[in-house]
Design a protein around this ligand. Structure first.
Ligand SMILES: Cc1ncc(COP(=O)(O)O)c(C=O)c1O
Length: 312
């Protein structure tokens, strides 16, 4: 056999992890890839990508020139060709705290902010940290499939609660109460919502916080679309209710600043009562310092300039 190998010459000792294949198969990009793979290669008609907003494919989507200038300046300065601390550099963390503090009734400190490689890595970090044996997490249906993929990867049991179309895709809080047990660690909300576009009212968010407190679980608030709110309901960050229940806020510059390729996100603990601290949850331990490339450092500095400039 030409391809035989391994110690006895019959087989190789490595093969693919089937669990990972299952996990990647349920991501949006996984579905898109399998659709693209199955296209008729002889069909020459052009493809129109309707499924995702790609700022490089559509020239009308450009970020602010101040953001581009900040990147160029940072690269030229050669000040960011080094490794970072695991949590990200201070000016960037301070800028993100300042940005979020504009909408909060208390003040976040830079120490509440952890920089990540896009919101995607913030999801990975959280689910990795929370996945102790036997634990389960409550996810919205419909939702953003990366949560399911990542939970599968971390052996974290997923339990779905429905979003209610007749109520503006609000969380079915009765279902949440029925699903939760002593092994439930968190409830995830996506607000503004993907894929439904819902924007939750202050009152509904407060009810979510009170339900989570009653169940003794934290709220993970994916706010990657913060302030991209359509309709009349203004965006209210879940962190507003951080004194009721610990909230982990996830965000990034991908959507609002239209630069998903820059891969800069954050994970923020909105927990003025210090409950997460008391329970020993420390997310930065699971962020590998080796994942921080030089360009990522540059972007960390640039978000400082970008966020500050855009809010003036
Ligand atoms: C709900 C939701 N969370 C997270 C992400 C990932 O964001 P990022 O590009 O910053 O990694 C997306 C991207 O589409 C999303 O829709």
């Amino acid at each position: 056999m030409e391809n035989a190998g391994g110690a006895n010459g019959n087989q190789w000792g490595f093969k693919a992890n089937e669990e990972l294949k299952t996990a990647s198969g349920i991501t949006v990009r996984g579905v898109l890839n399998s659709l693209l793979e199955n296209l008729n290669k002889n069909d020459t008609r052009p493809l129109i990508p309707l499924g995702h907003g790609d700022p490089s494919a559509f020239p009308s989507f450009r970020t602010a020139s101040v953001a581009v200038d900040a990147i160029v300046h940072s690269v030229r300065s050669a000040r960011f060709n080094c490794y970072s601390s695991t949590v990200g550099i201070l000016p960037a963390r301070r800028a993100i705290a300042d940005y979020l503090n504009r909408d909060l009734p208390y003040k976040l400190s830079p120490d509440d902010v952890y920089l990540t490689l896009g919101c995607t890595q913030a999801i990975e970090v959280i689910l990795t940290v929370l996945a102790r044996p036997g634990a389960n997490i409550l996810l919205p249906r419909p939702g953003f499939p990366y949560y399911e993929a990542r939970a599968t990867h971390s052996h974290l049991e997923v339990r779905h609660f429905d979003l209610l179309p007749a109520k503006g895709w609000e969380v079915d809080l009765d279902a949440v109460e029925a699903l939760a047990d002593e092994n439930t660690v968190a409830l995830v909300i996506i607000n503004p919502g993907n894929p439904c576009g819902n924007v939750y009212t202050y009152q509904h968010l407060q009810k979510i916080a009170e339900t989570a407190k009653k169940l003794g679980i934290m709220v993970i608030a994916d706010e990657v679309y913060d302030h991209l709110a359509f309709g009349n309901t203004p965006f209210v960050p879940m962190g507003v209710f951080g004194s009721i229940v610990p909230v982990l806020t996830l965000g990034s510059i991908s959507k609002r600043w239209i630069v998903p390729g820059w891969r800069l996100g954050w994970l923020v603990t909105s927990d003025p009562n210090g409950i997460l601290q008391d329970s020993g949850v420390a997310f930065f331990h699971s962020i590998s310092p080796n994942m921080r490339m030089g360009d990522y450092l540059v972007l960390s500095e640039s978000v400082y300039t970008t966020v500050v400039s855009l809010q003036q």
